[in-house]
Design a binder for this molecule. Structure first.
Ligand code: SF4
Length: 258
């Protein structure tokens, strides 16, 4: 079912102070991705989709049926697979998107690489490199929007993604003066449901998926997984499961409520 933009409520200027997130979460609890997206895009004018270059492309496909003027951004860490760069371009052309590519602060990155080289994450963990290549550009971007939409799903991690809600105040990237809201429309979909959608609607996908990659990130930190391995086994495989968030969703690492 497609939603038309003129059926959406007009976003209010002072929406941030008006929204009761608990009530909104109660309304969106276990709702379908389309319903969550429609609500998010109806409530917020200044909202953007974060695209990882993987199967979260379904968010773009669904959102365009709701609103043609969606903003989409992705993070170019400088370490993505060549296949992912080609895929980003394919998605941009396929949907005629004004895809915003975010890059790290080059001075900070130059200093980091000069002092620690190109593969320090294998020795002292991925957080420092992710902080520079992902979190810093994302922080800059999120300071300019009122809400963002992610492709997080519960089935991506039994350790870090089980307790996230459909909508939340993003405590990681909010500040005293800027409350940021985060929507997770795919939260309750399984990987199989996402792939059913990709097949049914002939959505373009990253060719790495055909070579055993399920979760796709930077080239040095991602590898294909075996048939019965969990998808996150292919990310930062030298680290503990409970540390496998790159800072984009750092709030997921906080202890869940009892
Ligand atoms: S995933 Fe790996 S290469 Fe990419 S930013 Fe994080 S540590 Fe660096």
């Amino acid at each position: 079912m497609n939603f038309c933009i003129d059926t959406l409520p007009k976003p209010a200027d002072n929406i941030m102070t008006e929204i009761d997130i608990d009530a909104l979460q109660a309304e969106l609890n276990h709702k379908s991705p389309r319903i969550i997206l429609k609500k998010a895009l109806g409530l917020f004018d200044n909202i953007a989709i974060s695209f990882s270059g993987a199967e979260d492309v379904v968010l773009i496909d669904m959102a365009l049926a709701i609103r043609k003027d969606i903003k989409v951004f992705c993070l170019d860490t400088g370490r993505l697979h060549p296949e992912t760069y080609r895929y980003l371009e394919k998605v941009r052309k396929h949907y005629q998107l004004d895809l915003e590519i975010l890059t790290p602060d080059h001075q900070k990155l130059d200093a980091f690489v000069k002092s620690k080289g190109l593969f320090s994450f294998y020795e002292d963990g991925h957080h420092e490199c992710c902080a520079l290549r992902k979190v810093e550009p994302l922080t800059r971007k999120l300071a300019t929007v009122d809400a963002w939409i992610t492709g997080q799903r519960k089935d991506q991690s039994v350790d870090t993604r089980q307790y996230i809600p459909e909508v939340q105040v993003d405590k990681t990237f909010s500040s005293e003066k800027h409350r940021l809201v985060k929507f997770n429309p795919l939260l309750n979909w399984s990987s199989a449901q996402v792939w059913d959608y990709i097949e049914a609607y002939q959505v373009p996908y990253n060719e790495l998926h055909k070579r055993g990659y399920i979760s796709i990130g930077c080239e040095p930190c991602t590898m294909p997984v075996l048939p019965n391995q969990h998808e996150r086994a292919g990310r930062w495989w030298w680290e503990a499961e409970t540390k496998k968030e790159c800072g984009l969703h750092a709030g997921n690492l906080q202890a869940p409520s009892p």
